[in-house]
Design a protein around this ligand. Structure first.
Ligand code: HEC
Length: 86
């Protein structure tokens, strides 16, 4: 158990593994409303939107998104991930 927790910590603390972490961030914070592939659900389709636009929206916390709490770094990572979706 402890070993697993440490492994998980190391995994999330390691800076180069950006894309894997970003997809997890997306799944846990965005997919419920925007769909697993960003094609939309209760929220609009966002796949392929420019990363700076996505980050700006997340930072503005428009109404159903006001519960989202991501660090600036995680916001950047998830925005880049959304932009990479097709
Ligand atoms: C609780 C549901 C919900 C969650 C969770 C959520 N969104 Fe949204 N999002 C919405 C809704 C609804 C809108 C449309 C808001 C509006 O137009 O007023 C929206 C709008 C957006 C927009 C603007 C789209 C456009 O075409 O203008 C972007 C970009 C976006 N969300 C990204 C994200 C990202 C990235 C996450 C995860 C960090 C996320 N959202 C999490 C519901 C959600």
């Amino acid at each position: 158990m402890t070993r697993l927790a440490i492994a998980a910590l190391l995994l999330f603390a390691a800076p180069p593994a950006l894309s894997a972490d970003a997809s997890v961030l997306y799944k846990t914070n965005c997919a419920a409303c925007h769909g697993a592939a960003g094609k939309g659900g209760s929220g609009p389709a966002i796949a392929g939107k420019p990363a700076d636009v996505v980050a700006a929206v997340v930072n503005m916390h428009p109404k159903p998104m006001n519960e989202i709490k991501l660090s600036a770094e995680d916001t950047k990572a998830v925005a880049a991930y959304v932009a990479s979706l097709k």
